[in-house]
Design a protein around this ligand. Sequence first.
Ligand SMILES: [Zn+2]
Length: 359
Amino acid sequence: MRRATIPAMPASFPRRVPLAELHCHLGGAVTPSVMWGIAHAQGIKLPTKDYWEFRDMITVSLRHGHSFDGYLQLFHWTELIQSSPLAIERSVYEVVGGAYRKNNVTTMELRFNPMKRNRGGEQDLDHIISAAIRGMDRAMLEYPVRPGLIFCLDRAFPYQLNEIIAEKAIAYLGRGVVGIDVAGPETPTFQVRDYRRLFDRCRRKGLGITVHTGEAGPVEEIAEVIEQLEPSRIGHGVKAAYDPRTMAMIRERGIVLEICPTSNLNTGVVSGWDEFRWIFDTFRRNGVRYTINTDGPEMLKTYIRDELASLTRLGILSVEEQLQSAEWARQASFVAGVADVAPPRRRPPARKTVEREEA
Ligand SMILES: [Zn+2]
């Protein structure tokens, strides 16, 4: 009998394959027990003295309902608790190390708005940024990881504040800051075209550009963002599937989408897994590249490998397609040289031996 020469595709995404997570907000990524410890260490007056109530306060649940604004409100406490040099250093350190231990994520691109971590200007921005870099450096001393920081500008901020954030990203480029993003709720004051020159400057300096669009906002904005800000990646962009012209623009410019399935289901941006099946079918038909991410694993109670497992279980993406998307993530990473990083020598432990709360 002849031996089969082609190895069979595994039934699930292999744990030994390291991952790059491109879309993860610091405010949604720190384990609740660690956040609880940080809040107490800093003497922050929380609205509850009960840990489980606190956990509910900073994670999604049916009680909060499925709305975009409701989701953004969860960040109120996490951002406040992370608003000091010590708090942000510990937060970044815990997220980068935890992602490696729990999910074999070797490149975590962690995004946050440094100006939402300085208590309205009470704390010095450079101290906050330096502390975040220190947290990342500490994690790199302990684990074989290549992380990076992305600074989020905010749609609700006036231009002058966003400009300061972008200039800080340029100033710390080469020290661990790798890109900029635009996040936050839709506001009538935010005009994409106002940011054209600033983004151009950031790109020329060498920062990666990603922008949240095609999530809760209108589909028309995606094309405007592509034309004005020229991002190489788009945060979410699920709505692009509904517009053939936008699909063509994304394909032609080689833009990579950062898809966060569970997040979109929680905010109600996507109605269910069936809609996701159609969205991924549309990406496939149009030759659009995408990556799988969590948006905030602890807040949304899902890890990147849980997302992959759901997509496998529901038959939405094959394991082969997931391996391809993991490769696209490495290629699209803003962290230099990620595509060439050798995988860790040791096999990571099986999922069941890594406890969820082990952070
Ligand atoms: Zn996001």
